[in-house]
Design a protein around this ligand. Structure first.
Ligand code: F6R
Length: 237
């Protein structure tokens, strides 16, 4: 794993977005899997700011996960986030985007639909991840099986306390998420860890010990993970 400490989230956003722009130039139909939440927002903003440097005509995007049992147009869904921070500002064509429906009448069928979309379009070229307060990646909550695939997740209490869930005005009933397997099959993974509140989980993660109780630790088994951490999160005491 390549680990890079930078001063703050802005520097991280600049570094990662520069790398992504280069990749898009090499492969215009890159498939990017995007986490939502507070962590990657500045990276997406940087990508938008640099839009004149590359074409988004063929760029493909998949949503990493979604809250279940909530209308898609609730402003706190991952969908609303994707529309606001990525899809609209980057003019991603509708046929080049796929992601879970938060309010699918049959969530199990929805999981199968995304699995087959990914079979058709995958593997993911670049997967952008944040680190949950409990060590989750996407909604792969601890304990998570290494072999887990795209699935319906029971949300942990930490996930239910996430600002998106709190801001929804209704309790999400589950999570719809890519599994550890789909994430691990990504060619390149960027894991971003920022902020003082992530110190404790970051410290556990950085020990390098792999455990189902810290799902992000499976990333140590991947050959191309770039972990960017800011000074606030990387307290070495
Ligand atoms: C969001 C997601 C989550 C978040 C994680 C960190 O799509 O997959 O795993 O990345 O909960 O959230 P933030 O970045 O808000 O601290």
């Amino acid at each position: 794993m390549y680990i890079k400490e930078l001063k703050d989230s802005k520097e991280i956003a600049r570094a990662i977005s520069d790398l992504i722009v280069e990749r898009i130039k090499e492969k215009p139909n890159l498939l990017i899997c995007a986490a939502t939440g507070g962590t990657p927002t500045q990276t997406y903003q940087q990508l938008v700011d640099q839009k004149s440097r590359y074409s988004t005509e063929k760029l493909r995007v998949i949503k990493l996960d979604e809250w279940g049992g909530v209308p898609m147009d609730n402003p706190e869904t991952c969908e609303s986030y994707m529309q606001k921070h990525i899809l609209k500002p980057l003019n991603i064509h509708q046929e080049n985007y796929f992601g879970f429906n938060s309010n699918a009448p049959n969530p199990e069928e929805e999981i199968q639909r995304i699995k087959s979309e990914l079979k058709k379009n995958g593997p993911i070229d670049i997967c952008i991840l944040g680190l949950g307060m409990n060590g989750h990646i996407a909604f792969n909550e601890p304990p998570s099986d290494f072999n887990s695939e795209c699935h319906i997740a029971t949300l942990s209490k930490e996930s239910l306390l996430h600002p998106m869930a709190v801001g929804m005005g209704t309790n999400p009933t589950c999570g719809l998420t890519l599994g550890i397997q789909e994430i691990m099959q990504s060619k390149t993974i960027f894991l971003i860890i920022t902020g003082e509140h992530k110190q404790e989980i970051a410290k556990n993660f950085l020990t390098g010990s792999v455990s189902k109780h810290l799902p992000a630790s499976y990333l140590w088994m991947h050959s191309d993970v770039h972990c960017y951490i800011d000074k606030q999160a990387n307290n070495k005491k």
